[in-house]
Structure formats: structure tokens, C-alpha cells
Design a protein around this ligand. Sequence first.
Ligand SMILES: Nc1ncnc2c1ncn2[C@@H]1O[C@H](COP(=O)(O)OP(=O)(O)OP(=O)(O)O)[C@@H](O)[C@H]1O
Length: 244
Amino acid sequence: MKLTLENITVAFGKKMVLHEISTVFSPQKITAVIGQSGCGKTTLLRTINRTVEEEGGRISGKLELAAADVLRMPTETLRKQIGMVFQQPIAFPFSIEKNLSYVLNYHFKLSKAERKARITQYLTATNLFNEVNSDLTVSANQLSGGQKQRLAIARALCAEPDFLLLDEPCSALDMENTLAIEQLLLQIKQAYGIVIVTHNLAQAKRIADDIVLMDSGRIIEHTGKKQFFSRPATELGRKFIQYM
Ligand SMILES: Nc1ncnc2c1ncn2[C@@H]1O[C@H](COP(=O)(O)OP(=O)(O)OP(=O)(O)O)[C@@H](O)[C@H]1O
């Protein structure tokens, strides 16, 4: 399922933050969004899941998930189809199991056995199941930062989204946990479209299929990773690579 943006413009009051963004995010790929601080990366993600509207941002243009009109979709459907994971991992102060069953119960009517099977599936996919010795009664508060971030990803997956948006999910993590998240994204990308905002160009190089480079609220390059790192089309792209 593709995510298509056509002439997307976002404004807070009179302040224009995104300008006429037209692009397509592909399924089964990791797209890394890079750019200087303040260029609109987070706003782009928050436009896709429409949380900018909650802060008074106005979106105009066309945003489609397959043929569905995202800008007119009921919020509940939108939250189910497009998941988001934030920079600071959010773990609800419940057991690991309840962190996931909460989302599963919200979106699906499942038997106890089905719910348990899905919880095991997502915790296994995020490599948490073995780490907690299958004891899902452990409080999420007791997990490390990296484990909490993987729990947040597992929770997002519980909604069975088509797209997963991640806003600098590794910036609060050490190298080992960062690599664990990267491995996880590479493992699961076959089933989702993944869009990740990252300040870490080396991370983009390690895991992305496509690169989106933003500047002053615009996408100035959206290209395959190899092309971007060998022949960037813009001066800013060249600067980024030199900086690496
Ligand atoms: N709620 C808001 N109200 C007004 N302006 C906003 C709001 N949210 C974001 N902006 C503005 O939008 C612009 C882009 O911000 P955004 O956070 O998307 O950039 P970014 O590229 O993610 O930055 P960083 O890399 O520093 O996280 C900034 O000028 C910011 O001040």
C-alpha cells in the first residue's frame, strides 16, 4: 500500500511550515527522512498521522493511503493504519502484557488465546520475549531504554498498521540498543512501509532503502539510498555526505 502526498502544505496560523510536498512512500521499504534542524521532518510525520491538527496546524493538499483519503479518514481508522513511535520511548506503567493487550483490545475483538498468540508474536518480533524470559507480568517501567523503545514498536505493531512512522527512535539509545532497533526494522520491513526521521546519516546509510532530504519545509531529494550517497542531486545533499 503506497502513501501518496500531493501538494501538501502545512501552516500554523500564518506560519507556513511545509510547502507543496509531493512524494510517494513505498511499502516494504525503509525511507529515512533527513535534513537540518527545523526543516520540518517531525512536522512531516505528524502531518501524515494528522497529529499536527491537534496543535492547530492546517493541512491542505492530498494525502492518500492506497486510495483512501487520509485527510478525511476517521481518527480511529487513521491511528490503526498509520502507527507512530517517538524519540522518547513511551511505556505505560503496566505490565508488558497489558501494554500490548490494551492496544489489541482497542482495535480487535480477540479470544484470550488469540490475544496471547499476538502478544507473543510481536514481542518475539521485537526480540523482547526471550529477554524477559517470557515473563510478561514484568512492569514496563523496569525495562531499559532500548527495551522500552522496542516495546513501543511492538505496541505500534499490535494495531497492524500499513505504515510505521518513527521520529528519531534511537536518539536516546546507546549503540547496542540502536543496532537492535535497526535490525528489528530490517526484519519487519517486508510487512510495513517504514518512514524514519533520523539525525544519524550513518544510520540512514545502514538501514534505508530510500532517502528523503528536506530543506526549509520542502523535500528537495527523494531517491534511492545508493544514488543519494554516490550522486546526491543537490548542494545540501553533497554537504551532508561530506559531513559524514
Ligand atoms: N505547533 C507548532 N506551532 C508553530 N510552529 C511549529 C509547531 N510545530 C513545529 N513548528 C515549526 O515548524 C518548523 C519545523 O519544525 P520540525 O520540528 O518539524 O523540524 P525538524 O526538522 O523535525 O527539527 P529537529 O531536527 O530539530 O527536530 C519549525 O520552524 C518549528 O518551529
